[in-house]
Design a protein around this ligand. Sequence first.
Ligand code: SAH
Length: 231
Amino acid sequence: MAAGTRAVKSFQDGSKRAGIGMTSARTRERLVQRLREQGITNARVLEQIRNVPRHLFVDEALATRAYEDTALPIGQGQTISQPFVVARMTEALIEGSTLGKVLEVGTGCGYQTAVLAPLVRFIFSVERIRSLQDRARQRLRELKITNVHLRHGDGFEGWPAHAPYDGILMTAAPLAIPETLFEQLAPGGRLIAPVGPEGHQQLLRITRHNDELKTETLGLVSFVPLVKGTA
Ligand code: SAH
């Protein structure tokens, strides 16, 4: 590629990321302000909501709605999580410290992954639907996020090869947290998960203190269900 072409391409990539109109810096700032008003206080998390181009994680037809505080469809009957919930879960997981290894169950479009990535050392993220995983991989690469490892698999099994994890984040809701995931949680580790049937899910934070698990409830949420097997 000639130098001139490269310059044009990098300009286009940059402006696509920065956004215009409904995806502009001003629109994003309104979202950040809204999350602050709703009680998100962690400055690093808010910074990530401001910086991660959520419009690149949804179909172009939905890009103008990317900075509304709402879940949106990403295909295959799945959704990109609502920004407030992503911020809340991220805040609850990191609690101000930089975690080492985090297991994410449900990569989806990779938005939550991208928000969390700079705040931890490594993310190991499992997704059961191959086509979603492929697209997530491409986006994370475009955004030059390099500390994330993706696996096509069933999150009910976690990712034993890299266990134990300092944090586990579930972005699909089981009726009860699989025992296998507790087994992959390090002492002192935190697991954040929406738990319960559709329409009645509680966001839980469970902290492992040696052999004891401490559970906190963080509020009602609405997630797609955790489904067994791969597709
Ligand atoms: N945080 C993601 C949310 C995606 S929705 C985002 O912002 O895009 C939840 C995802 O969990 C879906 O992609 C769904 O396919 C995936 N999922 C459901 N059950 C799963 C399982 N058993 N193992 C891995 N992924 C699962």
